[in-house]
Design a protein around this ligand. Sequence first.
Ligand code: MN
Ligand code: MN
Length: 462
Amino acid sequence: MTNKELEKKLFLKKESSWITYNQSEIETAIDFCENYKTFIDNSKTERLCVKYSINILESRGFKNLKDFDSLKTGDKFYKNIKGRAIFAGIVGQNKESLNIVGAHVDSPRLDLKPNPLFQDSELALLKTHYYGGVKKYQWVNQPLSIHGVIYTTDNREVEISIGEKEEDPKFIIPDLLIHLSQEQVKKEGSVVVEAEQLNVLVGSIPVNDSEIKEQVKFAVLNYLYNTYNITEEDFNSADITLTPSGKAMDIGFDRGLIAAYGQDDRVCAYPAIEVISTLDTPEKTALIFLSDKEEVGSPGDTGADSNILLNLAIEYKELLGLTKDAHLILENSMAISSDVTAGVNPNFKSVHELNNAPILGKGVAIVKYTGSRGKAGAHDCGADFVAYIRKIAKEDNIPVQTSVMGRIDLGGGGTIAKHLSSYGMNVIDAGPALLGMHSPYEVASKIDIYSCYKLYRSFLQR
Ligand code: MN
Ligand code: MN
């Protein structure tokens, strides 16, 4: 063997998937991403995403778990967790262990406070509380839409969704003009725009009645009353969110990238839904878990740091009449925690250590460990399970790039991996690399999104 041949054998190659995939597969990938764009446009919140996912699942023969008296091999079920998280599965030949793909469907955003509405300077505004990790200055001067649900004391569920259609009004948080910003621009980035300044404009035309003290606020409340039959107090029991307005966009002359709000982590939720809803009966039971509240640490009744997966496993084993304990079924399972990571941004390369940083277009980023500083709080996947993922990726010609998130001691992050692994199952993080994560327009490569779909399929069909 010449040294040149030996070099080919010994060195780790990281090639662009646009080069390594053949033309017909590239066309498949681009078509797949057209459907993905429709999915993400209809999934601005976790509630909308769960609703849209249920539509896909039901149209492909999945039934609500509560409508089953028993389960058998080949059955396709889903479980809706309070409209904010969802499981979907297909019972395999081997029922005593699961192959799980878990993503999250919540994204950073601005939530309304419980008492949001006020009038100031002849304008009506809503007070917000940011959700998840955001650079607050990115959310001003940005067309926003309102999505959410209000529950009234007369048992109505009122859905609000304004600002996505072209003819809809939009909402905006006005930034300070440059002319008067000498003090503002000297501030640190985290306080250039402060949290309590994230008040969004919702009205400006007063009611023409001198008897009324707050005439603009009155006009807004009157509009809401006439349109939705709600009063100011009903905001107390509402989950209402402001998200960037508008649809996913192709980026670049070649259209190889997608910019969209909420790709973290619906860019993983969509491949997971597509795989499970088109899968033939697998060898082991296949399950996807689209969780909520990941962006605030996965707490609560819909987050991964709860018993909802265990509860599902208990229901599952009882419907199948299995004698094995649900804990042991989960311990015996394995999972891909499908979440995004930070791709190399040519404008900010110094935050990465480039030997271990994922490049857009070079495949699914396999993240062996997360956490920060000395791996604190990390989920660190065992090397044997990393090898298993490498092996299935090789067998099915799926490009992957093993990487970590950024330079050591700069920051870090976590996913649902550690919550899944608390049952004792093998778990690894894998998903596409993004640019501008948590911003109003996160950027992903179409070819990586397709590679994720292929990896999740390869994993779940076994
Ligand atoms: Mn995420
Ligand atoms: Mn995130």
